[in-house]
Design a protein around this ligand. Structure first.
Ligand code: FAD
Length: 520
């Protein structure tokens, strides 16, 4: 009873805040099976994200029990003309408040799986071994998708480096890791979706059915609908991984080898190709690179670095018992073609799941030191292959000046593995690089680790690209003005806009992206 009163109060507050007239009972009598919550814990949780750079408190948090619940809530917001905005929140691992909505309703998708996966469908992930797919709730975390798939000896093909992200959250961006060069991003590996549009319609879509909606939602930054179910393609899961790191002091040799590796066809290739930049020796043992063990054959400091910068190529080859005898030979043959520093080969073997879940291990370590819940001014860019050397000179060897506050990932991908019909934008070249500055701002007294310093440095990097005419695209983009968004989408803007008008004409959804302002 008390919680109902509290909720009525909150809804009244919501109506007063947005200055509109709505009968609170309208929300209370939605007839949903899920829970509308004003619990301070829920509100606080929905007000922040991994970035810890901004805060926006919703009035109510909704824990849906089914796709129908999501549809009912969105339909109410759409039909009642009360200025209600609705943001799906997966695991809240955005950087810049993308899943926030101030004075609106957050639908907490992760951890809220209810009793139904769409009408009449079970909520638990459901694997079809014969057709090699898994149906999952949009708020499901990838770690759980992996666990369920593995029970059938299967696994998704394309990953993110970190698995505690929701399916709906990564599909709204792209979902990339070292497998993307081969299988494409996660959005390339989805067969079908259930989506609640901004009008509150629950639609099934795929390349064949409601295809406009399907392509719009993939990489669509939550602008066109809320993914309540995704059908994800699976492959037989490998058992083991040979995980290899080699170092380069020459950027030219490093990128030449990365580009060569992602161009290989057939089965004689690595399964995962990533890399990172080492501008600061302290970072050799950071959270992504703890892999360099005390048994290192060489001391990193003994390697002559090109302008003080080293580059690490990170590659893996999957295998299982039947291929264990040949893995050494296969890897050796592949490595023979590469031009890394000969004494810098680091190798380890581990189960496939441990490899995929590697960042979580590091997360636990950082959490224990109080270094996880800190501000993260991350910057992720897609840089065209033709300008990556200029980027190296200007940024890694220039702007960063031997200091950074977190890993810097760099790896190339093949554009032909990306479906141009999706909403995501990438540079206009066959090969482009992800460059990810994964920074943590710390209060250590070192000026170069402060949030202000790192944020300024991000701006400097963006200005450098602009001035040098490097036509990069932001990944996990963050802009504040319409002009910047139009520029970001380029040729795709008019399609993006038309899709918005069709699927969320009142601009109710995912306002935290700051692309469209609600039109009430
Ligand atoms: P949220 O932050 O909750 O939401 C993100 C956006 O998606 C919001 O606009 C939200 O409204 C929308 N949204 C959420 N759920 C749905 C849904 N069901 N339907 C429609 N829209 C929805 N990305 C990579 O590609 N590769 C990586 O390797 C990678 N590693 C990461 C590691 C860490 C530690 C972190 C913090 C992030 C990483 N990311 C990576 C970025 C990550 O993929 C995105 O930030 C993603 O959006 C996070 O998912 P989430 O569930 O936390 O989404």
């Amino acid at each position: 009873m008390a919680s109902k009163l509290l909720l009525t109060f909150a809804i009244c507050r919501l109506i007063t805040t947005v200055g509109l007239t709505m009968d609170p009972m309208e929300l209370l009598s939605l007839g949903v099976d899920g829970q509308l919550s004003v619990d301070p814990f829920d509100l606080q949780n929905a007000s922040v994200d991994f970035g810890l750079l901004s805060r926006a408190e919703p009035i109510v948090v909704f824990h849906p029990a089914s796709s129908d619940d999501v549809a009912r809530l969105v339909r109410t917001a759409y039909e009642s003309d009360h200025g209600l905005t609705v943001s799906a929140r997966g695991h809240g691992h955005s950087i810049n408040g993308q899943a926030h909505t101030k004075n609106g309703i957050v639908i907490q998708m992760s951890g809220s799986r209810g009793s139904h996966l769409g009408s009449g469908k079970p909520a638990q992930p459901r694997v079809s071994v014969r057709e090699m797919y898994v149906d999952v709730w949009g708020g499901e975390l990838w770690i759980d998708v992996l666990k369920v798939s593995l029970q059938h000896g299967l696994a998704p093909l394309s990953w993110t480096d970190y698995l505690y992200l929701s399916v709906g959250g990564t599909l709204s961006n792209a979902g990339i890791s070292g497998q993307a060069f081969n299988h494409g991003p996660q959005i390339t590996n989805v067969n079908e979706l259930d989506v609640v549009t901004g009008k509150g319609e629950l639609l099934t879509c795929s390349k064949e059915q409601n295809s406009q909606l399907f392509h719009a939602v993939l990489g669509g930054l939550g602008q066109f609908g809320i993914i309540t179910r995704a059908r994800i393609a699976l492959e037989p899961a490998p058992q083991m991984v040979r995980w290899i790191r080699v170092l380069y002091s020459s950027f030219t040799a490093f990128t030449r080898d990365q580009e060569y590796l992602i161009s290989l066809q057939g089965s004689q290739k690595f399964d995962y190709v990533e890399g990172f930049v080492i501008v600061d020796e302290a970072l050799v043992n950071n959270w992504r690179s703890s892999f360099f063990s005390p048994r290192n054959p060489v001391k990193i400091t003994s390697l002559s670095a090109d302008g003080g910068v080293l580059y690490c190529l990170e590659i893996t080859k999957n295998y299982d018992q039947s291929s264990a005898d040949t893995i050494d030979q296969i890897v050796e043959t592949l490595l023979e073609k590469l031009d890394f520093i000969p004494t810098s080969l680091f190798t380890t073997d581990l189960p496939y799941v441990e490899f995929l879940d590697r960042v979580h291990k590091a997360e636990l370590k950082l959490r224990s030191k109080g270094l996880w819940d800190v501000p993260h001014p991350w910057l992720n860019l897609f840089v065209p292959k033709s300008r990556i050397a200029d980027f190296d000179k200007g940024v890694f060897k220039g702007i960063l000046s031997n200091k950074t506050s977190g890993p810097i990932l760099i790896y190339p991908m093949n554009k032909n593995k990306w479906d141009n019909r999706s909403s995501v934008v990438t540079p206009d070249e066959d090969v482009f690089y992800l460059v990810a500055f994964l920074r943590s701002a710390l209060d250590t007294g070192d000026e170069t680790q402060t949030l202000e310093y790192l944020t300024n440095q991000n701006s400097q990097i963006l200005r450098f690209c602009d001035k040098a005419g490097i036509e990069m695209k932001q990944y996990l983009p963050h802009y504040n003005t319409r002009e910047e968004w139009v520029d970001h989408f380029g040729d795709k803007w008019s399609q993006f806009y038309q899709r918005k008008m069709e699927f969320d004409p009142k601009y109710i959804l995912a306002t935290g992206q700051r692309i469209f302002r609600p039109s009430f």
